[in-house]
Design a protein around this ligand. Structure first.
Ligand SMILES: [Zn+2]
Length: 283
C-alpha cells in the first residue's frame, strides 16, 4: 500500500546551476505527485534586478519552468513567487536601503498580481536573512515582509517565510505582523522548520518541516497540521547542502512502511493541509 498524494512544499529548480526539470522527474520517480515550486533568488542579485522589469523577467522564468515541468511529467506543479531577503540585502548594498526596499515592494506588488491572475498560488519566499545583518537592513527586511503580508492579505493567498530558526518567539512575532497586515496566521508558512510545535506555541503559524525521518516522527506526536519539504536548491556546486529531490517521497514511504505514519496521516499532511493552506484542489 502506497500513499496516494505526496507533496514537497518547498522545492527550487535551476536549469543553469542544477538538474532543472530532471530533478522534478527524480521526485516523480521516487513517488512524488505534487510540487510547490518556489522562485529561486537570482544569485548575487545582478544588474538585471535593478529594475522592476528585471524582477518581472525573473518571475516569468519561474512560471515558464513550472509549465515545462507540467509538460514533461505528470506532476501537479504550483508556483510560489516573491523577493528573497538575500536579494533585498544585495540590492541595498548596491543602491542603498531605501531605493532597494522600494523596488522590492514593487516587485511584491507584481507577485501579488501574478497570484491574482492565477499564474502562481502564493507569495514567497520572503522574510529576513538567517544570518546577522545591520539593524537598518533588518528593519528594511521586516518592512518588506509586512508589505508582502499585506499583499497576500489583499489577494487572499498564503505566504512562505524565510527567516531565522523557528521558535515560539518567531511564531509570535510573525502572527502579530500578520494580524496587523490583515493576513490570517494560518496563511503564513514558516519554511525550513526542523521540528513541529503545538498550535499554541506556533501561534497559529503553519510549519513546513524538513523531510528528515526523526524530525517527522517527532512532529507527528505534537501536531499534524504541518507540511513537508526538502528545500531542494538544485545547485550542483553545493552537493549535500540540502536534502535531495527525492527526500519527501522517500521519507514518507519509509515512515509508512515502518508503521510510523498511517495512510490517513500521510493524506492529511500531503493533501488536506496543502489544499486548505493554498485554497487548492489537488488531483
Ligand atoms: Zn528556499
Amino acid at each position: 500500500v502506497k500513499p496516494g498524494c505526496i507533496t514537497d512544499n518547498h522545492f527550487h529548480l535551476d536549469p543553469e546551476a542544477g538538474l532543472g526539470v530532471e530533478a522534478a522527474k527524480r521526485f516523480e520517480r521516487a513517488g512524488g505527485t505534487c510540487l510547490i515550486l518556489v522562485h529561486k533568488p537570482v544569485a548575487g542579485a545582478p544588474e538585471a534586478l535593478r529594475s522592476e522589469r528585471g524582477f518581472q523577467e525573473a518571475f516569468e522564468r519561474t512560471l515558464r519552468l513550472k509549465k515545462r515541468v507540467e509538460s514533461e511529467t505528470r506532476l501537479c506543479v504550483n508556483a510560489v513567487i516573491g523577493v528573497h531577503p538575500a536579494e533585498l540585502v544585495q540590492l541595498s548594498r548596491r543602491m542603498g536601503v531605501n531605493q532597494a526596499l522600494e523596488l522590492c515592494m514593487h516587485a511584491l506588488d507584481l507577485a501579488g498580481r501574478l497570484v491574482e491572475e492565477g499564474s502562481a498560488i502564493a507569495i514567497g519566499e520572503i522574510g529576513r536573512p538567517h544570518f546577522t545583518v545591520e539593524k537598518k537592513l533588518l528593519q528594511a527586511c521586516n518592512k518588506l515582509l509586512e508589505h508582502g503580508m499585506a499583499v497576500a492579505g489583499d489577494v487572499g493567498c498564503a505566504l512562505q517565510v524565510h527567516a531565522e530558526a523557528c521558535s515560539e518567539a518567531l511564531c509570535r512575532e510573525l502572527s502579530r505582523m500578520a494580524k496587523r497586515a490583515g493576513l490570517r496566521e494560518k496563511k503564513v508558512v514558516k519554511h525550513f522548520c526542523s521540528s513541529g510545535m503545538d498550535v499554541e506555541r506556533r501561534h497559529g503559524i503553519t510549519l513546513s518541516i524538513l523531510a528528515r525521518g526523526d524530525a517527522i516522527k517527532e512532529s507527528l506526536k505534537v501536531d499534524k497540521s504541518f507540511l513537508m519539504e526538502s528545500d531542494y536548491m538544485d545547485d550542483l556546486s553545493r552537493p549535500g547542502a540540502v536534502l535531495g529531490p527525492k527526500a519527501v517521497p522517500r521519507v514518507t514511504r519509509r515512515l509508512v512502511e515502518g508503521g510510523w505514519l498511517s495512510l490517513d496521516e500521510a493524506e492529511r499532511i500531503h493533501r488536506d493541509n496543502v489544499e486548505s493552506l493554498y485554497g487548492l484542489e489537488l488531483p
